[in-house]
Design a binder for this molecule. Sequence first.
Ligand SMILES: Nc1ncnc2c1ncn2[C@@H]1O[C@H](COP(=O)(O)OP(=O)(O)O)[C@@H](O)[C@H]1O
Ligand SMILES: [Mg+2]
Length: 244
Amino acid sequence: MIAVNDLRKTYDTGTITVEALRGISFNIDQGEFVAIMGASGSGKSTLMNLLGLLDVPTAGSYILNHKEVSALEEKDYARIRNQEIGFVFQTFNLLPHLTALHNVELPMMYAGIKLSARRARATMLLERVGLIDRMHHYPNELSGGQNQRVAIARAIANNPAIILADEPTGALDSITSLEVMSVFQQLNRDGATIIIVTHEESIARHAGRILRLSDGLLIADDKVEPPIDAGETLNCLRKGAISI
Ligand SMILES: Nc1ncnc2c1ncn2[C@@H]1O[C@H](COP(=O)(O)OP(=O)(O)O)[C@@H](O)[C@H]1O
Ligand SMILES: [Mg+2]
């Protein structure tokens, strides 16, 4: 699904140049759940921006769904971003003047889906992330974890092949983080390919594989066996069997 070969990104600000990625290669298969880890400044967000077509590499190859991305035209980028990739951000990036329902409908509106169909799908997606009773609430009426679940519902609105999440639990407490990881794990079990960036090993261990970056290079590619089940952890917490 994703094949990255000798990917490089250099930022040139005029006064300084930063080699944020210095030649990275890996493949990700359909249905994988991958965590990207690394210290601050190691190039995680740069890599996610390239994978998500939010930025272009300086050199190297990126094949997404059998297509070489550098061969695409600008107009293809927007369509792929809207229909093939779902984004989740640390700060949710929901539109404050729209309800949860309307935030989830938005990408479907841009994809040209008519109102009745997108309303039905947005409602179904909010039910799936456990927020059916909050669908008419605005972001400032929801908790961080609830907003992130709205953002996940929005990310999967157009049924993307890939979900990219840059520090999706970075602004959340540990229980809420588990709730969000549980949603990602359910989506992954239903077939979604998911790539998340995280600082925290305990979050990364919910994925099946951890890619580790250091100073713009890939230094490790570890299988997680078995991944932690976030739903099970939440159940144990509720029963008081463990505490965190
Ligand atoms: N737009 C930019 N312009 C210049 N340098 C940048 C830009 N974005 C990131 N960098 C630099 O590239 C390096 C990697 O940054 P980033 O990918 O954001 O790392 P991470 O997400 O792992 O913290 C850092 O040295 C950072 O300062
Ligand atoms: Mg970052």
